[in-house]
Design a protein around this ligand. Structure first.
Ligand code: GLV
Ligand code: MG
Length: 327
């Protein structure tokens, strides 16, 4: 271990994070009853400029009038480059901050963006005497944000998670794609010709690198990495494939931009029975090995060692958090 110890943010299930436009009060009420681990009430890109003020009022009402106690609730404010942001923060935190768990900061570009918001939220919480401390979730969705992702992740003790905003990220980096998330047929490898002269096309994952970069910054700062939207909500298989890739790289969850994606995310980011059984057996085998003074042993013909304990513990801890939901 390094002498630098990474403090972990409070454990919070974040398998599915449902996006709900603040402009629609019916959707806000439905979201509160959904199975999403986290709901974010949106003031940013799902809300048209003319609806921003009404959406803010709807969200304040929804936070105050609906019972969010069984859910984690967040509000996505507008970006720091707009004239909506200051009032989003002031009105929402002043009038409903005691019911709010998280603020989602879109297009986070530098550590100073987070610092500025921390200052504002800290003052409002102190002035209002709110008993809770609101956490921050940052969307990494610009070239600038990705370049500064490590500083952003470390910028405030309020920080809880980093989110990959694939749509804005594609726009910001001028990636040649128009879909939201998922693979692109132009991002492929062509095999050499075989004896019959045939070649195969292997699709690659164009998001592998940015997601990995974000996962590293999140984990190096004790935060949760979360994969963002998948636009084609009629393609459940495509969503699941993207979610599994993100989970394999270390993400803890994924956005649902449509209620039908909630269960898919909950499924993709919950360890399976088989994985939990395997992890439990690894822990048992290593406990026995340590009693016998061994650092490594074989289980089912494969080597396991001290690092295997840590991997298995992550799996078992996630399973316990999910099981606690049903109680
Ligand atoms: C999310 O905000 C995105 O841009 O993908
Ligand atoms: Mg975006």
């Amino acid at each position: 271990m390094s002498f630098t110890v990474i403090e972990q943010v409070p454990a919070r299930l974040n398998r599915s994070e449902l996006a709900v436009p603040g402009s629609n009060p019916v959707f806000l009420e439905k979201a509160q009853k959904s199975n999403a681990d986290i709901v974010f009430l949106d003031l940013e890109d799902a809300v048209a400029p003319d609806d921003k003020v009404q959406a803010r009022k709807n969200i304040i009402e929804a936070l105050n009038d609906l019972d969010w106690s069984a859910k984690t609730v967040s509000v996505r404010i507008n970006g720091l480059d707009t004239h909506y942001m200051y009032r989003d923060v002031i009105d929402i935190v002043e009038q409903a901050g005691q019911h709010l768990d998280l603020i989602m900061i879109p297009k986070a570009g530098t550590a100073c963006d987070i610092y500025a918001l921390d200052m504002l939220v800290t003052q409002i919480e102190a002035a209002k005497g709110h008993p809770n401390r609101i956490g921050f979730e940052m969307i990494i969705e610009t070239a600038l944000g990705m370049q500064n992702v490590n500083e952003i992740a470390a910028a405030s003790p309020r920080n809880e998670s980093l989110h990959f905003g694939v749509a804005d990220y594609a726009a910001s980096t001028k990636a040649r794609t128009t879909g939201i998330g998922g693979p692109n047929e132009d991002y492929h490898v062509l095999t050499d010709k075989d004896d019959a002269g045939n070649r195969q096309v292997h699709w690659g994952d164009m998001w592998h690198y940015p997601i990995t970069q974000m996962v590293i910054a999140a984990r190096a700062n004790g935060l949760r990495p979360i994969d963002g939207p998948f636009g084609d909500f009629s393609d459940a298989e495509g969503y699941l494939a993207q979610a599994k890739r993100a989970a394999t790289l270390g993400c803890e969850g994924k956005w649902a931009i449509h209620p039908s994606q909630i269960e898919l995310a909950n499924q993709a980011f919950s360890p399976s029975e088989k994985e939990i059984t395997k992890a439990t057996r690894i822990l048992e085998a290593m406990e026995q090995a340590q009693k016998e003074g061994k650092g490594a042993v074989a289980l089912d013909g494969r080597l396991i060692d001290i690092a295997s304990i840590k991997q298995a513990e992550v799996m078992v801890a996630a399973a316990k958090q999910i099981a606690a939901l049903d109680k």
